[in-house]
Write a protein of this length. Sequence first.
Length: 335
Amino acid sequence: MHSHHSHSGDYCAHGVDPLNSMIDRVINLNFQTYCLTEHIPRVESKFIYPEELALGKTSDDIITSLETSFKNFMSHAQKIKARYAGKPDVRTKFIIGTEIESCDMVHIEYAKRVMRENSDILKFCVGSVHHVNGIPIDFDQEQWYNSLHSFNDNLKDFLLSYFQSQYEMLTNIEPLVVGHFDLFKLFLPNDMLVNQKSGQCNEETGVPVASLDVINEWPEVYHSVVRNLQFIDSYGGAIEINTSALRKGLKEPYPSKTLCDLVKKHCGSRFVLSDDAHGVAQVGVCYDKVKKYIVDVLQLEHICYLEECQPPQNGISLKKLPITRFVNDPFWTNI
Ligand SMILES: [Zn+2]
Ligand SMILES: [Zn+2]
């Protein structure tokens, strides 16, 4: 079993447990591959989250502490990797990567430099979008609404901007793993009324957003999704099936069935699995549910995972696991 995306309380302000405790749980659950992917530090004060304000007195202090924290993460992760590489009774392979947000081009350029300068440690990245119009969409409901308001409450324009930011991130970084593809749905209110034609929200002529399939509703949105998937296909990237949506109470993981069907069609059906854990209780969380999603709903024939090349070769490759082997993995007896 695999997870390609995780954080911990040591290095992420909303993480809840020390990294070492999470690793104990990973080993107990008998993961085959577990990737450690803290965020590239944000270097502009406008992107500091409220929860990070306690890290320093001034925004410069906070930016410095985010940078220091990431360096500490890299050395800690290397120790973990080395510790378990030599233990024959542990099958878990740890891969160190990072999650890159597409805050803006300043951040993307900085992230590329960090990746380049630490290429011996950071083997891959998870490419994500957490901001639309510079406003975080996964922090809380209020910020999500602020982001929608910045498009005059037009959901279609909001979605187009989300997928445009994703496209800029993809073309600049070419991440091997694309994180939580439809993160915008986390705070999308089911009962919000949307005009089916224009995408304008809270109009009397609108229908509840839950009755729409927002990807298929507007051709421009659909085409931007297909464009993004075709680009990911062009460099051989994979789409993450991320269970954090399930633990947060959504009915589907990221991405939805509609999007997964498009991944099958336009991106070689290359999916990897992630728990996006931020604490011990989230390691492998909702994997029983996601197994049903993968096997029964999506009916995938294989699932992909990352594997590091053996020295002296220095690289990483995407492998395919037939779904029969996925279903029979010894991991399932532990959850
Ligand atoms: Zn993320
Ligand atoms: Zn993450």
